[in-house]
Design a protein around this ligand. Structure first.
Ligand code: ADP
Ligand code: MG
Length: 457
């Protein structure tokens, strides 16, 4: 494979694991300069990107490269002044500047400006948000909130798995409110990580009053991925006060999480009951028909028409993540550009092999233990060691169950790795969970969420 093609495929891969903003920020104007004796030299535009790529994305990039070319061993980043790209449009899919691209295949590429004050990205709207039975309730509740902010459904709590449209929906609500009330309502969107880091820096800098004040001026506060508040007591406390303040003034609070409030470990009881006092709406998985509608819509945005069999192939194979549906589409468009051909089913199957289905998605028991520990907010060491703390028992059983189900390891093996337990303890845990799973929807969701995290790592 030539360097440009190789990098192109790496970008397609990496794009799936990052937010759009991150992807664009760190991967623009990058490319492979040299690939020799297992060492790949990557050119980057400046020292800042070099540092980030080295420290944060080295592993992802190396993994993606090795999937394509197993003899690659090492990466080196160097600052490269000559530009890899000629147009913004080329940047998205890689260094293709020298190649003729037919106009029909040209991908439109819009740079969206994120508003500094609201943190809203105008690309997320209801116009490009497809509604199906999987997200109908969440969408309806969101629309009701837009019409009467602070008056119905407060807080609005949206939960669902990775890549299913939580951020899109939350941002669309923010954008609609700005549009509808012509900026008379002050909206702010933050991820709970950002909320936490703002809080910490205010604490350290002695600026707590400003911090409080800035949040108390808001009419519509949107906090994304609230599950990350788990275990952060100080942040939860501050959030609780902010929440109460806004709530008492009939200001709207909108929250998202990857799981329902009662499944967020170490969430303070008073917060949990606050969340449960409003409207809780879930987003599940889109059905086949909706997946097709989403694909057609995304293709139409790029002014491409895909044959029915191609659409069906993608929608059949990518079921649980809308971001991956988009990723599959990106791949196909990229591969079509490379070969300068029409999209057909043979090429689609080739382009998506290794991307869909799970044959190449393997995991090991350590990864499962780590994901389970993170999910329940306990230390990995507590799962592995003989720790008998009550809150570790359940996560350990889940880990046992998943290692058995996913890796088919023997009961004694699992027992040995998880707290030096006897094989009968493992058998008991697996049986118990298998029984409970029948008819317990919350547990089913919990397990599929954990699996998602295991395979998306
Ligand atoms: P989450 O926050 O749940 O992980 P996102 O909101 O980031 O998911 O969605 C992942 C991608 O899928 C985004 O590019 C988003 O625009 C797209 N997407 C999600 N839901 C829909 C939908 N219902 N219609 C169209 N695009 C969607
Ligand atoms: Mg999100």
């Amino acid at each position: 494979m030539i360097n440009t093609e190789l990098w192109q495929s790496v970008l397609a891969e990496v794009e799936l694991t990052l937010s759009r903003a991150n992807f664009i920020t760190w991967f623009r104007e990058t490319g492979i300069l040299k690939n020799k004796d297992g060492l790949v030299t990557i050119g980057v535009p400046n020292g800042f990107s070099k540092e980030w790529l080295e420290n944060k994305y080295n592993k992802i990039i190396l993994r993606a490269l090795r999937n394509l070319s197993p003899d690659i061993k090492e990466l080196k980043f160097i600052i490269n002044q000559t530009s890899f790209y000629q147009t913004a449009a080329d940047r998205q899919t890689g260094p293709l500047a020298h190649k003729e691209i037919s106009p029909a295949a040209e991908q439109p590429f819009y740079e969206f400006e994120i508003d500094k004050e609201t943190n809203l990205n105008p690309k997320y709207t209801f116009k490009n948000f497809i509604v199906g039975s999987f997200n109908e309730l969440a969408q309806a509740a969101a629309k009701a909130v837009i019409n009467n902010p602070g008056e119905v459904y407060n807080p609005l709590f949206i939960y669902g798995g990775v890549g299913l449209g939580k951020t899109h929906l939350l941002q669309a609500v923010g954008n609609s409110i700005i549009e509808k009330y012509e900026k008379r309502k002050k909206v702010k969107y933050v991820s709970s990580e950002k909320f936490t880091s703002e809080l910490i820096s205010a604490l350290h800098g002695g600026r707590m009053e400003d911090f409080k004040e800035s949040y108390r001026r808001i009419d519509v506060l949107i906090i994304d991925d609230i599950q990350f508040l788990a275990g952060k007591e100080k942040t939860q406390e501050e959030f609780f006060h902010t929440f109460n303040f806004l709530y008492q003034k009939n200001k709207q609070v909108i929250l998202s999480s990857d799981r329902p409030p009662k499944a967020i470990a170490t969430l303070e009881e008073r917060l949990r009951s606050r969340f449960e006092g409003g409207m809780i709406a879930d987003i599940s998985y889109p059905d086949m028909e909706t997946r097709l509608a989403i694909l057609k819509n995304k293709a139409a945005e790029r002014k491409i028409v895909l044959p029915e069999d191609v659409l069906n192939h993608i929608a059949t194979n990518v079921q649980k993540n809308i971001r991956e549906l988009e990723g599959a589409l990106n791949r196909i468009v990229a591969s079509m550009k490379l070969s300068n051909s029409e999209i057909n089913i043979e090429q689609t199957i080739k382009a998506l092999s290794g991307f869909i289905g799970s044959p190449n998605k393997i995991t090991n028991y350590k990864n499962i233990i780590q994901v389970v520990a993170e999910f329940y907010d306990v230390a990995t060491t507590e799962l592995i060691n003989r720790c008998r703390k009550k809150e570790v028992v359940y996560p350990r059983q889940i880990a046992m169950f998943l290692i058995r189900e996913e890796l088919k390891k023997s009961f004694p093996f699992i027992g040995e790795k998880l707290g030096g337990r006897d094989h009968t303890t493992v058998m008991y845990a697996c049986e118990k969970l298998n029984k409970e799973l029948v008819g317990n929807e919350l547990l089913q969701q919990e397990i599929s969420l954990i699996k998602e995290k295991i395979y998306n790592k």
